[in-house]
Design a protein. Structure first.
Length: 635
């Protein structure tokens, strides 16, 4: 009796709640932008709270983050808008940095906003914490928009929150990640949203401007932008009405590229350079945009005529680029074979996923592989709706492009994860709907799928610990790790962290400003935390200084001093077990760096003792260039 009464009460409550929930669902769907904004604000508060210890200690982890911060500081201190040389790398001439000022603007704006309230130090920390979270809102908004084109309903909420499950992709938006990749990833998603917009003119403008801004920031995403342009042209080939998107796209792309070059190209990038927005790319992209505009003006009535004309224009653009700048189509970095061998070949993110450990590859591939499968089902589900099928085809192709680039370089990983989200979010939504409306077996399958997705989303705080555990297990399975190797790996991990910390490095400010000879990957952090200068950072235009560091550490001790003297280095800083140092040790066991690590210290190096209560993770030496130092070395 009580059971029957309970069932009736539950049924009554459910019936009363149904219209309320329906109204709430309709309101959320209609006000999805404000809902996305509220979700983003919640994530901003959460990430600032969770990452506050790192923010307080100003733990700019990546070399690019440190140099970006130094570049912004130098600009606010009076360095020219178009002068992007970093004069504290290999002074006095400095190092040529190929970036643009576009990403500096929000960081500098936040610094100037906070400084009157909390002082320079904390203002800089807050700016570097908040600035990377700004493009996260653009990303969430764009992903939500894309999914709204794929399926009606509130599946967009899943897409807006699913970056939490993309560990590598989300890392580009975390506090202190002030490098430009977060903005490029967000603009790529925005470009795809413009590609799918049912308001074709608006979509064309959004896709064109987003592509131009991404290219103005850096050339890393140009393959995605080229793929999007090709999709817009292909859509026009088979649907003449798509001219309403292609013409605004061509006009906005060409115009925004030219304007971006005028506003943001540095003095160095006004020369013909392959690795940044320069006259080369203004000419190529301007010709491509002009060619697309010309196609929209020609009286091409059949798809065969449009296809033929499009092939001719595309071929002309390709031939123009190849005849004038063939080097840019084979490699943007334009570095020497020696630098490729000694330096670039040792950078993990520049290697394909096929050579990565399974502990790296498997978590990275999970979202893209699921998305590829989901995309096939999504295309099938939309086969009777031409517009929705076009949207699914575009999403599928961009997902495949991102997945394919993983087999070129690991740095395509964040884009591969984030561009997989729309298809995965659609699959999760289908699972939710199956639970609501499916049969018994369908409901069970849907529950399992939803629980798995929810576990991925809610387990984000556990990812770092889980990933370390998985890495240990997988490395043992792959290479049979022995305890001694584990200890060595742990020492490398600790050195990589401790030698970059603010408390360890700011002690160096006890010494007058000087050039410190240290490893390539420590140079940017040294600039960000001290008043000293360094020889180099990991930037390919800084090729000579990078090679000099490799030659100095790989070569015999006698070869070190002439190289250090040519760069006016007064001190040598070495960090035992630092990852870069292990390369020198393994490659040149009789070299200068390997001898230092074995305790063989030349007479012309004298340890510098700094006043501190800390146990410093590095050793600092003063370099003696005097005749007396040479005599000691000879003895």
């Amino acid at each position: 009796m009580r059971l029957e009464s309970g069932k009736r009460m539950f049924g009554t409550l459910r019936a009363r709640a149904a219209p309320v929930m329906a109204d709430l669902s309709d309101w959320v769907y209609a006000n999805w932008k404000w809902t996305t904004f509220a979700l983003w604000v919640g994530l901003v508060v959460y990430f600032l709270k969770v990452r506050w210890p790192a923010i307080e200690w100003f733990a700019l982890g990546d070399t690019d983050d440190n140099i970006r911060y130094v570049q912004v500081k130098d600009w606010l201190a009076g360095q020219g808008w178009y002068d992007l040389r970093q004069y504290r790398l290999d002074p006095p001439g400095g190092a040529n940095i190929h970036w643009s000022r576009l990403v500096d603007l929000p960081i500098a704006g936040l610094m100037l906003f906070f400084r009157p309230f909390v002082g320079v130090g904390m203002a800089d920390r807050l700016a570097c914490a908040i600035a990377p979270l700004l493009p996260l809102f653009l990303l969430m908004l764009s992903l939500g928009f894309i999914v709204r084109r794929l399926v009606r309903g509130n599946a967009w909420i899943i897409a807006a929150l699913m970056p939490l499950a993309a560990q590598m992709g989300l890392g580009m938006f975390m506090p202190l990640r002030v490098d430009h990749h977060g903005w490029q990833l967000a603009l790529t998603a925005t470009m795809i949203a413009g590609l799918l917009d049912t308001k074709r003119a608006r979509g064309g403008v959004i896709a064109g401007v987003a592509s131009a801004l991404s290219i103005a920031i850096g050339m890393e995403m140009i393959v995605y932008m080229a793929a999007a342009g090709a999709l817009i042209a292909l859509r026009w080939v088979f649907d003449e009405e798509a001219v309403a998107r292609m013409r605004p796209y061509a006009l906005s792309l060409g115009g925004a590229i030219c304007l971006s070059f005028l506003l943001f190209a540095s003095y160095a990038n006004r020369q013909p350079m392959c690795d940044a927005l320069s006259p080369i790319w203004v000419a190529i992209l301007g010709m491509a945009a002009g060619g697309m505009l010309l196609l929209t003006l020609l009286p091409l009535r059949s798809w065969q005529m449009r296809l033929g004309a499009g092939v001719i224009v595309g071929g002309a653009v390709g031939l123009f680029a190849w005849l004038n700048w063939p080097q840019c189509l084979t490699g943007a970095y334009q570095i020497s074979p020696e630098l490729e061998k000694l330096w670039l070949a040792n950078i993990r993110e520049a290697k394909p996923i096929t050579v990565q450990s399974r502990s790296v590859a498997l978590p990275l591939l999970a979202l893209p592989v699921i998305a590829i499968v989901a995309s096939a089902f999504g295309c099938w589900s939309a086969r009777r709706d031409k517009e929705r099928l076009w949207a699914w085809a575009a999403v599928s192709i961009m997902t495949l492009v991102a997945f394919g680039l993983l087999f070129w370089q690991l740095r395509a990983g964040p884009a591969a994860q984030l561009l997989a989200i729309p298809a995965v979010a659609w699959a999760a939504w289908v699972a939710v709907m199956t639970i609501r409306k499916g049969g018994r077996i369908g409901k069970a399958a849907g529950v399992v799928a939803v629980v798995l997705v929810a576990a991925v989303l809610l387990a984000y705080p556990l990812y770092p610990r889980a990933n370390m555990l998985i890495a240990d297990i997988m490395e043992e399975k792959v290479v049979g790790t022995r305890p001694i190797v584990k200890l060595r790996r742990e020492a490398i991990r600790k050195a990589n962290g401790r030698c970059r910390t603010l408390p360890a490095l700011e002690v160096l400010n006890q010494l007058p400003p000087a050039v410190i000879f240290t490893m390539v990957d420590l140079g940017p952090r040294l600039l960000a935390t001290t008043h000293h200068s360094a020889l180099a950072g990991p930037y390919h235009r800084n090729a000579k200084a990078i090679l000099d560091i490799h030659h100095a550490f790989d070569g015999p001790p006698d070869a070190f001093r002439p190289i250090a003297r040519s760069h006016n280095a007064r001190y040598l800083l070495v960090c035992p077990s630092f990852p870069e140092g292990t390369v020198y040790q393994s490659r040149s066991p009789k070299g200068f760096y390997a001898q230092l690590m074995r305790g063989k210290i030349p007479a012309w190096l004298s340890a510098v003792h700094l006043r501190t209560g800390l146990t410093l993770p590095y050793t600092l030496y003063r370099i003696d260039y005097s005749a007396a130092g040479s005599e000691k070395a000879a003895q």
